[in-house]
Design a protein around this ligand. Structure first.
Ligand code: MG
Length: 379
C-alpha cells in the first residue's frame, strides 16, 4: 500500500484516479534511479477510467446517451510512456468494471523486450476470451511505446505512403429534415457523409441530404433490412443517388441472403457486425465485398493490420471504422488508413473533452504526421 501511495505522490496523480496493475516502488518508477541500479527494464501498465462528453446527444434504436465510458492506459518502459485507450459503447458489453478487471490480470513485468509484440499480445489474448476493447487498450499503448523507442510513426514502420490516406466520412444523425440539412451544412469540410438507414424513412433521409449537397454518401444499415428483395431494390435506388457502399444491410446471421445481395448489388456490401477479428475474415469472403475493421472490435493495431492484409490478399475492400474515442485510438487507427479504401474515423470529432492532440482531418482528409508511435501528444 505504501508503494502505491509513493507512486501516486511521485506521478502527481490524485489518489484513486489511476489504478496500477502491479505494486511499484518509488525506485522502480523513477528511470534515473532504476538506471543506476543496473536492473533491466520491464514493462509496466497503468490505467484509469474516463468519460467522454459527447457534443450532441447520441441516439440509436431505443436509447440516447451523452457520454461514452473509456479506459485510458499507459505502458511505461525505460522512461518512455506509450498511450492506449479502450472505448466501451454500452451495447458492446464492456464497461469500466469489466475492463478494469481484465487489465488487473495483465502482468507485463514478465516481459523485458517491448519489440516482442507477437508474444506479448498472444499472452494478453490468452488471459480471457472477448474483452476486445480492453485488449486493444494494451495493444495500442504497446505500439505507441515501440514507435517512440525507434522514434518513428507506425505508418512508416508498416511501410505505408502517408499521401494515400483516405478522406474520413462524417456521420449525419437521423433527425427532422430541417436539422439534417443544417447538419449537412455544418459538415462542409468533410468530403464524404455517412448516414444510418434501416428505418421507415430511408428514402426521405437520402432525398433530404441530396437537396443540399452532391457529396458521396456511405450508408450503414446496422442489420436493419429484413427482406433481401426489398434490400436489393433499395440498393439499386441508392446507386442512382451517389451512394458509394452499403454497410451491414441485413442481419449478420442471414449469410445466404447477404451473399445473394452481394452477388446482385451494384454497390459494394461491407461487413461490420459480421466481422470481429482476424479469424472472421476468411468466413465473410465471398459473402461480402469488404470488411469494416475497428480496433475496439479486433483487439488493437496488430490484429487490425493482419485483418487488412488478409482482406487485401482475398481481394476484399477494406474500411477502417471507430467508436466514440479520443484522438488516442483514432490516431492509432489512422496509422493504418493508407491501406484502406474508406475510413470512418470521426469519433474524436464528436467529443468535447479530448485529452490528446493527434492526427488531424485537413480538408476532409486524414493527415498523418511525423510524431512517433501512434502520433499523439497529451494536451
Ligand atoms: Mg457499422
Amino acid at each position: 500500500m505504501n508503494n502505491r501511495r509513493n507512486f501516486l505522490k511521485l506521478s502527481g496523480l490524485v489518489a484513486g484516479s489511476l489504478i496500477i496493475s502491479e505494486s511499484l516502488s518509488a525506485k522502480e518508477m523513477n528511470p534515473a534511479i532504476r538506471a543506476k541500479s543496473g536492473k533491466p527494464s520491464s514493462l509496466k501498465l497503468r490505467f484509469r477510467p474516463y468519460d467522454l462528453q459527447l457534443k450532441h446527444v447520441f441516439t440509436i434504436a431505443n436509447s440516447s446517451r451523452t457520454t461514452t465510458p473509456v479506459m485510458l492506459t499507459e505502458v511505461e518502459y525505460d522512461g518512455l510512456i506509450g498511450y492506449g485507450e479502450a472505448s466501451m459503447p454500452p451495447y458492446l458489453g464492456e464497461s469500466h468494471k469489466t475492463v478494469a478487471e481484465f487489465l488487473s490480470k495483465v502482468d507485463l513485468s514478465q516481459f523485458s523486450d517491448p519489440f516482442e509484440l507477437e508474444d506479448i499480445i498472444a499472452y494478453i489474448d490468452s488471459l480471457a476470451i472477448g474483452n476486445h476493447a480492453a485488449k486493444a487498450s494494451v495493444d495500442i499503448a504497446l505500439h505507441d511505446l515501440v514507435g517512440k523507442i525507434v522514434k518513428q510513426p507506425w505508418h512508416k514502420l508498416w511501410g505505408l505512403n502517408r499521401t494515400k490516406t483516405p478522406n474520413t466520412s462524417f456521420t449525419i444523425g437521423i433527425d427532422t429534415p430541417e436539422v439534417v440539412k443544417e447538419k449537412v451544412r455544418e459538415a462542409d469540410v468533410y468530403k464524404i457523409l455517412k448516414v444510418k438507414l434501416g428505418r421507415e424513412n430511408d428514402k426521405e433521409m437520402i432525398k433530404t441530404i441530396r437537396s443540399v449537397t452532391n457529396k458521396p454518401i456511405c450508408v450503414d444499415v446496422n442489420q436493419g433490412w429484413k427482406d433481401k428483395q426489398m434490400a436489393l431494390e433499395m440498393i439499386q435506388w441508392l446507386a442512382t443517388q451517389g451512394v458509394v457502399f452499403v454497410e451491414q444491410p441485413m442481419s449478420k446471421l442471414a449469410v445466404d441472403d447477404i451473399a445473394w445481395l452481394t452477388q446482385n448489388s451494384p454497390l459494394p456490401i461491407i461487413a461490420d457486425e459480421a466481422v470481429q477479428t482476424a479469424e472472421d475474415v476468411a468466413a465473410v469472403n465471398k459473402v461480402y465485398s469488404g470488411i469494416n475493421i475497428k480496433l475496439m472490435k479486433c483487439g488493437g493495431m496488430r490484429n487490425a493490420w493482419k485483418m487488412a492484409n488478409l482482406a487485401k490478399v482475398l481481394g476484399m475492400k477494406v474500411m477502417i471504422g471507430c467508436m466514440t474515442e479520443t484522438s488516442c485510438a483514432i490516431s492509432a487507427a489512422s496509422q493504418l488508413s493508407p491501406v484502406a479504401d474508406w475510413a470512418d474515423l470521426d469519433g474524436n470529432l464528436l467529443i468535447s473533452n479530448d485529452i490528446y492532440d493527434g492526427i488531424k482531418v485537413v480538408d476532409g482528409k486524414i493527415t498523418l504526421s511525423d510524431i512517433p508511435g501512434i502520433g499523439i501528444n497529451l494536451k
